[in-house]
Write a protein that binds this ligand. Structure first.
Ligand code: BGC
Length: 407
């Protein structure tokens, strides 16, 4: 497992989406408030809190060598400065079991959720936020650095900025609903603020705090074990200019440039690609009418991956770890086609000289897809919502075969 030169082939999960009963997380509260914008609450999710061994086993059985999961800050630090050794033990057992199964543990420190208390203190808009995150990151490094292969500090922290740049009248209505939900969560928390980055406007001061948090976390993990590979994962669609390139340049400047600057000094850049966006002179354009769609209504465009990887490397000079790539598909054959085509575009990027250190598919399981609830199916395995049984879909075998052909 210490062999970092081996290409990583993995699957990704995220705590809140699979563990279940994440009571002390900010997003759990957002799911519960009377004016929630969530289609349904996460509830038991996939019960991975109790079934994580099975998740690791089914991943290893596919012939993969990497497993991505996140640790839940709100379980580890349920009150400011109060750390739970028992929860650290839990995540240490998960990481150790990955290693025993021949899977490199890739760990995310912050996958959209934070503790409720952190949100009620204003989340990332509070000037103390970087210190709070650094304290958590340091404690996590102290306990987990010996076991972990790669650390992702933040998952897609550029999403709020992408959302702001691509805002439409529909997005404005959505914005108002999110603000009302956040206000209600603040009220229930006895605060005048409830800052949840992924549902925020991505304000400049909060962004600066978050990026300071990234640097502090990187330092803590490197100090704990210098060979741990540290990076951040960004949402990187294949952004294409239609007509004038001025819109594309403005988009990149706004939603990518601050992050590409912040990852300087990291060991890798985490790239998460689901498809492409078309950008005209000033705004994002609608999906072409004749385009094939995915279950979530987005354009089916698997070849986006190669372009996104190439772009992220060109902008940062860093080796790329594909930390997410996948598709919401109710018809599993579409997922199988997607995987094959996405990996062909990955091959082409690697052949052209882009250093890629791994590919991690989103996702192992059909899981809690945030505001859209359980209606979207990103999993290689279906999960029975009554008894949590995992059942492999044919696309899981297709992915396993594609990996075998390349190893
Ligand atoms: C996120 C995942 C999410 C996936 C599919 C990514 O933006 O990191 O948590 O489930 O996309 O929407």
């Amino acid at each position: 497992m210490g062999d970092r030169s081996a290409f990583l082939w993995g699957v990704a999960t995220a705590g809140h989406q699979v563990e279940g009963n994440n009571f002390y997380a900010d997003i759990w509260l957002l799911e519960q408030v009377r004016n929630t914008r969530f289609a349904e609450p996460s509830g038991d999710a996939c019960d991975s809190l109790h079934r994580w061994r099975e998740d690791i086993e089914i991943t290893a059985a596919l012939g993969l060598n990497c497993f991505r999961f996140s640790i839940e800050w709100s379980r580890i630090e349920p009150a400011p400065g109060e750390f739970s050794e028992a929860w650290f033990d839990h995540y240490a057992r998960v990481a150790a079991a990955c290693r025993d199964a021949g899977l490199a543990p890739v760990v995310t420190l912050s996958h959209f959720t934070s503790p409720r208390w952190f949100a009620a203190l204003g989340g990332w808009s509070d000037p103390e936020a970087p210190v709070r995150f650094a304290r958590y990151a340091e404690q996590a490094a102290r306990r987990l650095a010996p076991l972990v292969s790669h650390v992702i500090t933040f998952n897609e922290p550029n999403l709020p900025l992408m959302g702001r740049w691509t805002a439409t009248p529909l997005a404005d209505a959505t914005r108002a609903g999110l603000d009302a939900m956040l206000a209600e969560a603040a009220r229930q928390s006895g605060s005048d603020r409830f800052g949840v980055w992924v549902y925020s406007r991505g304000e400049d001061d909060a962004l600066a705090h978050l990026l300071a948090g990234h640097r502090a976390a990187r330092q803590a993990w490197k100090a704990a074990r210098s060979s741990v590979q540290v990076g951040m994962s960004l949402a990187v669609p294949d952004a294409q200019a239609v007509g004038s390139a001025s819109g594309l340049a403005a988009y990149r400047q706004f939603a990518e440039a601050p992050f590409f600057a912040a990852v300087r000094g990291d060991d890798f850049i985490g790239v998460q690609t689901y498809g492409r966006i078309l950008i005209g002179a000033t705004a994002v354009l609608p999906v072409p009418e004749d385009a094939e769609r995915t279950e979530s209504g987005e354009e089916y465009y698997p070849q986006a991956l190669g372009a996104a990887i190439t772009h992220a490397h060109a902008e940062t000079g860093l080796p790329v770890l594909v930390t997410e790539n996948g598709i919401a598909a109710d018809e599993d054959g579409q997922r199988a086609r997607y995987i094959t085509a996405a990996l062909e575009s990955l091959d082409a990027a690697r052949d052209s000289g882009v250093p890629v250190v791994g590919y991690i598919h989103w996702s192992l399981l059909d899981n809690f897809e945030w505001r859209r609830g359980y209606a979207q199916h990103f999993g290689l395995f279906a999960v029975n919502r009554g008894d949590f049984t995992r059942t492999a879909k044919p696309s899981a075998q297709i992915y396993a075969r594609e990996v075998r052909m390349r190893r």
